[in-house]
Design a protein around this ligand. Structure first.
Ligand code: HEC
Length: 227
């Protein structure tokens, strides 16, 4: 199992830029009446609610990036329509952030763009001095698939749930990379109750049944490994 390296310094930088105007909590589903609205509704409403745009506040450059991404996903529009859509979004949903970044899936280049934002901000405030550095980086890990730990867990999961376990790479940051890289325990996986898709979402929950069967699995696996 693997986790991505997590850059705490950059995470702080992102929090800073988002509170600086990334996402607003009101008027989420309103498209103000103005020139270009009809084009947004007809062109951008083909695959999802056109109101999706209302959750974002971006610079013109940021909107151009989103629109280019939508074209690459298959959106169709004439040059005229594109210009009207860009003008409308850049005016009605104006923000200071070029583009929101998902830290779990951002590329190194995108993370570098966060550093670029900070440098720009620093240039506007010569009295503020700061440096940007990656801090606390812990590289991802992956336990060998024939690790006894994986065998014991797989067997216990089969016995308790009747299902065959599969190994996945974690898209987030778990503790096992610290245990593996810092404490030097090479065979290390993340296993626990709950749905990955719900993690860090509003109203995240975990069913009691999941917790009970997970506890049984852990107990069985520990018994296997210690016998
Ligand atoms: C061909 C289908 C399609 C059309 C047409 C389309 N989109 Fe999208 N849009 C998507 C898909 C698919 C996603 C989810 C992309 C993802 O999760 O990476 C998305 C996501 C978004 C998001 C969420 C943020 C993001 O970058 O993922 C915004 C904002 C958005 N679209 C705006 C627009 C705008 C503005 C238009 C009109 C110019 C448009 N969409 C037209 C398919 C489309």
């Amino acid at each position: 199992m693997t986790t991505r390296g997590f850059r705490t310094g950059i995470a702080l930088a992102l929090a800073f830029s988002v509170t600086g105007g990334g996402v607003l909590g009101f008027a989420q589903d309103q498209l103000p009446d103005a020139l270009g609205k009809d084009q947004v509704v007809s062109v951008c409403g083909k695959c999802h609610e056109p109101q999706r745009v209302a959750a974002l506040r971006l610079t013109r450059e940021g909107w151009e990036d989103v629109i280019a991404k939508m074209m690459s996903l298959g959106a169709k529009a004439t040059d005229d329509e594109l210009k009207q859509i860009t003008d409308y979004l850049a005016e009605q949903f104006k923000g200071e952030v070029a583009k929101p970044i998902n830290l779990n899936s951002a590329s190194a280049v995108e993370l570098e763009s966060v550093a670029g934002l900070l440098r720009k901000a620093a240039a506007r405030m010569p009295e503020v001095k700061f440096t940007i550095a990656d801090r606390l980086i812990v590289e991802p890990t992956r336990a060998p698939e024939d690790a006894p730990l994986i065998g014991a867990l797989t067997e216990a999961i089969q016995r308790v749930t009747g299902r065959t376990a599969s190994l996945v790479a974690s898209p987030g940051t778990y503790d096992q990379k610290h245990v593996a890289r810092i404490a030097g325990v090479p065979h290390c996986v993340a296993y626990g109750p709950g749905e990955l898709d719900l993690a860090h979402q509003p109203d995240e929950y975990c069913s009691v049944d999941d917790i009970v069967s997970c506890t049984k699995v852990l107990a069985l696996a520990v018994m296997t490994l210690s016998s």
